[in-house]
Design a protein around this ligand. Structure first.
Ligand code: GUN
Length: 286
């Protein structure tokens, strides 16, 4: 079997027109949606990701600004800046790019961002809402995966889903979002013994472990849908995912490439959340 390639780049691009129209509508009513991205330190990968987010905002008319802060910034200073942005009426979304330097209290930072402006979906309120089904904003990467599956008409209800990776950013929220759609979810992680014993059962396999070529074809059920969330930079500069793409594409029924699969959808969902935040503010008059 040759897998269908799930083109996240194309879907993200096709969503742009809808985003631009919603922004135009907001602007007509006097609201200019605004996103603040805080980048602490000079991690080159983080700078690239924030740059992509800013460019995507500009393409649909969202006003965005990246605030670069030194890696030596204190917790108090960083929290103070977030508090200022929380009360800035022109800022509808706030994101703090992760990872943060080790001396920064990440949990406190994420909790300080107003849940109403938490377009990354990392605030405790939004994380808890994933359990009970009442988030304001869903985290962008798992949200993007759900959108990809829906767009490809891949059923979720009743399917065996295996998520490899249990991070707060992807694996755990991914599991909760798929459970909310009535999938049977197993979460595997770095300490899972005999990973293949789980992955081979998956109708939908989502891999977010950050380990190049972790998943090879013998670990995949024939006809499975494989979603590769990994982004790994090789010494020669190439970017690859966590799945052996060439090996697995002959066995799966559908597979996301890296790059061009989940990554562009993460950015698209950030735009969606930022626009939603501005629309929400208008509707609720908050
Ligand atoms: N670091 C890796 N992924 C993300 C993300 O989706 N949002 C933020 N803020 N930081 C990240």
């Amino acid at each position: 079997m040759a897998a269908r390639i799930i083109d996240g780049q194309a879907l993200a691009k096709s969503m742009q027109a809808g985003f631009a129209a919603r922004v135009a509508e907001l602007r007509k009513g006097g609201t200019e949606p605004g996103l603040a991205a805080i980048l602490v330190g000079d991690d080159p990968a983080s700078a690239v990701y924030v740059g992509r987010k800013m460019k995507a905002c500009a393409a649909v008319g969202i006003r965005s600004f990246a605030e670069r802060l030194p890696s030596t910034i204190s917790n108090t200073e960083l929290l103070g800046r977030i508090v200022e942005l929380n009360s800035d009426p022109h800022t509808h979304g706030i994101l703090v790019q992760l990872p943060l330097p080790p001396h920064i209290d990440m949990a406190r930072v994420l909790k300080t961002i107003s849940a109403e402006k938490d377009v990354d979906g990392f605030h405790l309120y939004n994380v808890g809402g994933l359990v009970t089904g009442s988030t304001v904003f869903s985290p962008c990467t798992p949200y993007g995966v759900v959108k990809l599956l829906e767009h490809e008409n891949i059923p979720i209800e009743g399917q065996n889903v295996v998520v490899v990776g249990a991070s707060n950013i992807v694996g755990k929220p991914m599991g909760l979002m798929l459970m909310a759609r009535d999938a049977t979810v197993s979460i595997c992680h770095a300490k899972t013994r005999d990973l293949a014993q789980y992955t081979i059962l998956a109708d939908i396999l989502v891999v977010a472990a950050g380990v190049p070529n972790l998943i090879v074809s013998q670990m995949v059920k024939s006809g499975a849908v494989v979603i590769d969330v990994g982004i790994n930079r090789l010494p020669d500069g190439r970017i690859i995912g966590d799945v052996d793409f060439e090996g697995v594409r002959t066995k799966a029924s559908a597979i996301t490439p890296v790059p061009g699969g989940v990554g562009p959808m993460t950015v698209a969902m950030l735009l969606e959340n930022t626009i939603k935040s501005a629309e929400r503010k208008l509707a609720l008059r908050i």
